[in-house]
Design a protein around this ligand. Structure first.
Ligand code: ZN
Length: 717
């Protein structure tokens, strides 16, 4: 069954009519202590903290009511929606902070459903597991969630905003992922975050990702009326899950908003193919209250993600890159794979020239894009052309004061003329015909790739870019150590695994990860945090996310609004974005360079601008960037608005404010700077350079003139 068919079925009245209603909500027994701790019961269990009240009544089906106590806002009421209905709950266990239900579905699947409301925490959490209790494999389409029956006053004035992609990397300056309740209930969503990528390639690539452009799926959703808000998140590091909003019919001809719970979003991934006895644990749903507008909701999301390990270590100090690509004759020859072109255009002398440019621009590392490894994508240093790797790294350090960073593409950047690790070819058909591409989920591919990365990092390479991460389709090999055929999920997991294994060998090497299913394009499929940082086993994953391929025409991307996706990403995540932009596209105000300094914690640049004056300005900007680097790398990012960014350093000594103007005339912008809003002490008197500010009470107000298509820098000390 496809997802659409499943949703249609789940939305049909019969799916819910089969679920009898338990004890009436409202006849609350007031507190959990009154109930027997293990027997099924139609009575009501109520958990409360100062923020939420959660009442549950489970027997033949589950009834559930959630109220936000301070505002008396109803968020769920009535029958909890399970697509595998009816659920007979045979066990209810509870204590002062949680309720755990176990139920039978009559399909061979048993459910464990746990709700947590800790008085010490402001949120409600929900966790769910499905177990195949039958003696045969089962493939399950599944969706469940809290239901809020919609009445005229339900969530009145609330806007639903997607996190972190309020602006999608494909979106223009008028695209916002903000929706009314009616839109969520009645309109298909128009999102381009997961469009099928257009891939122009002579060889068919068999990339068949699912698209979800109609659905209200997001890493998180912020609901706010501007004063009070709620953040709903879904978090899992073992399967790609999203926070889903949809609707279901409820009794009395009403419609209900369904949220939380869990849902299958991609049957191609195989998350719900359960072997006998196997259990699938869905990610945690969390509902957190906050006060204020969507920006405060984004900060709540960021805070939650930091608490889950997606924070920046104090030691994070990524070397600013000079990428030789933009001046690189090999790349622009149109055939970077050709051995002849490599001998002609990618010699030691060419790289020394690039290193000199890196040093002159004030960068800290030379980043090598395609051309260095031999053959392409082998991750084996081209010693014949470039000399020994150790000598090269020593030369960079001693003669140019630079580190070495490299492009290290994975299984999708293979094919004719590229490296093939024996025994790892992607088998496209059950007949066993092999393709020229590599299978990223092959055990041998992973082992050999990790081994080659180790050789590079052992020699002193400081950074790997994991490009070439796109899923190339199912593989029908029987001896690759994956399912038959392989799944997209296995590809994603294998890609993350390479990062973890590489870090096991070389914990200090920085690893940037492209989207593990789509690769290097303006799209996101995998949740942005997926595989980042430490996992439950203490293994370190990748460090930096790819800045959505906004590298080729950075000025168009900024003025066109696509790069504003990076602003929202930084409001939502502390995970560093990495980019290397083409400086040839910048203007005399260095607007583009400043934007990327402000939104990408790891900065890369390249390309020699034809205008010497601009080159000089860019050099000055890089010098300023280096002086203020801790604000941008490990500092906290705040948004006054899309074009006014505040960076506070970790020691909270002050702030840097970047003001941008994307329009063709200069603007005078009034900026209100309240130190407490940005986590700064109010006891101190702050000095401002770059604008005139006056203090009134606990805030400073200033006027800043920002040049046409330009930038203004304000330093607060
Ligand atoms: Zn394979």
């Amino acid at each position: 069954m496809t997802r659409k068919e499943f949703l249609k079925m789940a939305a049909a009245p019969t799916a819910l009519a089969a679920m009898p209603i338990g004890a009436a909500v409202g006849a609350s027994l007031a507190h959990a202590d009154l109930l027997d701790a293990s027997a099924p019961s139609g009575g009501t269990i109520t958990l409360e903290n100062g923020h939420f009240s959660l009442s549950l009544s489970a027997h033949h089906g589950l009834r559930c009511r959630i109220t936000h106590v301070p505002t008396n806002t109803l968020l769920a009421d009535g029958t909890y929606s399970y697509s595998l209905a009816p659920v007979d709950f045979t066990s209810i266990k509870h204590d002062k902070t949680s309720v755990t239900l176990r139920g039978e579905t009559g399909t061979g699947i048993t459910i464990q459903h746990r709700f947590t409301l800790d008085p010490e925490r402001p949120w409600i959490e929900e966790a769910l597991a499905l177990t195949n209790a039958s003696s045969h494999p089962l493939t399950i389409a599944f969706r469940c969630g809290f239901v809020l029956p919609i009445r005229p006053d339900s969530l009145k004035g609330y806007t639903f905003t997607a996190v972190p992609y309020r602006r999608e990397p494909h979106g223009n300056r008028s695209q916002y992922a903000d929706y009314t309740l009616d839109q969520v209930l009645y309109e298909p969503r128009r999102s381009s975050l997961r469009e099928i990528p257009t891939i122009v390639n002579e060889a068919p690539r068999f990339v068949q990702p699912r698209v979800f452009t109609d659905d209200y799926l997001s890493e998180g959703w912020v609901l706010t009326d501007g004063r009070n808000g709620f953040l709903i998140t879904k978090y899992s590091q073992t399967a790609r899950e999203f926070t889903i909003l949809d609707s279901v019919p409820v009794s009395g001809g009403q419609i209900g908003l369904r949220w939380g719970g869990a849902g299958e979003f991609d049957d191609a991934e195989g998350s719900y193919r359960l072997a006998p006895g196997a259990t699938h644990n869905f990610g945690i749903t969390r509902l957190t209250p906050f006060q204020g507008d969507y920006v405060q909701g984004y900060y709540a999301f960021r805070s939650e993600m930091e608490s889950r390990g997606h924070a920046i270590p104090d030691s994070y100090d990524p070397p600013s890159h000079w990428n030789e690509l933009y001046d690189n004759k090999l790349w622009w020859s149109g055939d970077h794979i050709s051995a002849d072109n490599r001998r002609k255009f990618y010699r030691l002398a060419d790289l020394k020239e690039a290193a000199a440019k890196a040093r002159d621009m004030g960068c800290e590392a030379l980043y090598l894009d395609p051309g260095w490894d031999t053959p392409q994508s082998s991750k084996i240093w081209g010693e014949e052309r470039l000399g020994k790797l150790g000598d090269f790294i020593a030369m960079l350090k001693n003669e140019y004061g630079l580190k070495l960073s490299v492009h290290s593409p994975l299984s999708a950047w293979t094919g004719p003329g590229c490296d093939t690790i024996p025994g790892t070819a992607l088998i496209r058909q059950p007949n066993g015909d092999s393709s020229p591409y590599a299978c990223g989920a092959s055990t041998r591919y992973i082992e050999e790739t990790v081994s080659r990365l180790k050789s590079l990092a052992d020699a002193g390479v400081a950074f790997f870019m994991f490009d070439g991460t796109a899923w190339m389709g199912e593989c029908w090999a029987r001896d690759h150590g994956h399912a038959y055929p392989s799944t997209a999920a296995e590809h994603v997991e294998s890609t993350n695994r390479i990062a973890r294994l590489a870090h096991k060998n070389n914990p200090d090497v920085l690893i940037e990860m492209h989207d593990q299913l789509f690769g290097g394009i303006h799209l996101r499929y995998v949740p942005s945090y997926y595989g980042h940082g430490l996992n439950a086993a203490g293994e370190l994953g990748w460090n930096e996310i790819w800045a959505f391929e906004l590298m080729w025409s950075p000025m168009d991307d900024l003025v066109g609004g696509h790069s504003i996706a990076l602003y929202y990403f930084n409001l939502a995540y502390s995970i560093p974005a990495y980019v290397h932009i083409d400086l040839r596209k910048d203007n005399p105000q260095c607007l583009m360079l400043w934007w990327n300094i402000s939104t990408c914690r790891h900065l890369g640049v390249g390309g020699t601008h034809p205008d010497e004056t601009v080159r000089k300005s860019q050099k000055d900007v890089i010098a300023t960037y280096r002086r203020l680097k801790p604000f941008f790398t490990t500092g906290t990012f705040y948004g006054i608005d899309e074009l006014t960014h505040v960076h506070v350093d970790r020691k909270r000594t002050g702030a840097v404010i970047n003001c941008f103007n994307l329009d063709n005339n200069p603007v005078d912008r009034e900026i209100k700077f309240a130190p407490a809003t940005f986590g700064l002490a109010t006891s101190k008197t702050y000095l401002f350079t770059g604008g005139r500010f006056t203090q009134t009470g606990d805030a400073y107000t200033g006027k800043v003139t920002v040049p046409a298509q330009g930038h203004a820098l304000i330093e607060v000390t």
